[in-house]
Design a protein around this ligand. Sequence first.
Ligand SMILES: NC(=O)c1ccc[n+]([C@@H]2O[C@H](COP(=O)([O-])OP(=O)(O)OC[C@H]3O[C@@H](n4cnc5c(N)ncnc54)[C@H](OP(=O)(O)O)[C@@H]3O)[C@@H](O)[C@H]2O)c1
Length: 202
Amino acid sequence: MKAIVIGTGTIGMAVKAALRDHGHEVVTVGRQSGDFSADIRETDSLTRLFETVGPFDAVANAAGDVFPGPLAETSDEQWENSIRSKGMGQINLVRAALPFIADRGAFALVSGVLTDEFTAAPTIGTTVNHMVEGFVKAAAVELPRGIRINCISPTVLAESVAYHPFFPGFVPIPAAEVALAYVRALSNPFTGRVLKLYKTDC
Ligand SMILES: NC(=O)c1ccc[n+]([C@@H]2O[C@H](COP(=O)([O-])OP(=O)(O)OC[C@H]3O[C@@H](n4cnc5c(N)ncnc54)[C@H](OP(=O)(O)O)[C@@H]3O)[C@@H](O)[C@H]2O)c1
């Protein structure tokens, strides 16, 4: 399988390594990093990417920003930028890739633990994660040609130590484990699932 990994940060690099370990060809994408350049906020840039990169079977997204902040202090700009980046950015990358991805191809998007756990100032992150997960569940029903889509929802990463003070009592997960969830989502025949890399019953 040839996979496009978008995002060359902590999760993206771990996904690249895991896919290669499983024998897959990987190209990486960032705004200012990776084998190819694209910005998920700009649909034209995504279309250019998928036209340029050649035939591919999978897209793993590990990019998209949300802005943390106490609800009463959040600005219109923070809401708009978060929806435009992690929300519409991921939706538009699926829409832009659809004419190009192979039959029975697969997408893996990213949300996060804030979907279910409300830590300090989570509201923008929680809202955008629900947008992404809702899109994944509904799009799975509609996607043509046997194309699948799933969402990876990690808790805070072990490597993201700057975030740890905002997740007191949460057990961080290594990026390598998150990367295996991407491999699982892209390699197996299920679709429309959110792979939650945290416990919700305790
Ligand atoms: N870290 C965590 O604890 C954690 C936990 C749960 C969920 N998540 C989610 O997982 C995703 C990745 O997290 P991470 O920690 O791996 O992030 P990261 O280390 O900050 O890396 C993000 C990568 O995405 C690229 N990127 C950012 N905005 C982009 C855009 N608009 N278009 C294209 N590329 C873009 C950046 O490269 P360029 O600068 O070159 O564009 C960067 O390489 C985020 O959506 C985050 O919310 C993270």
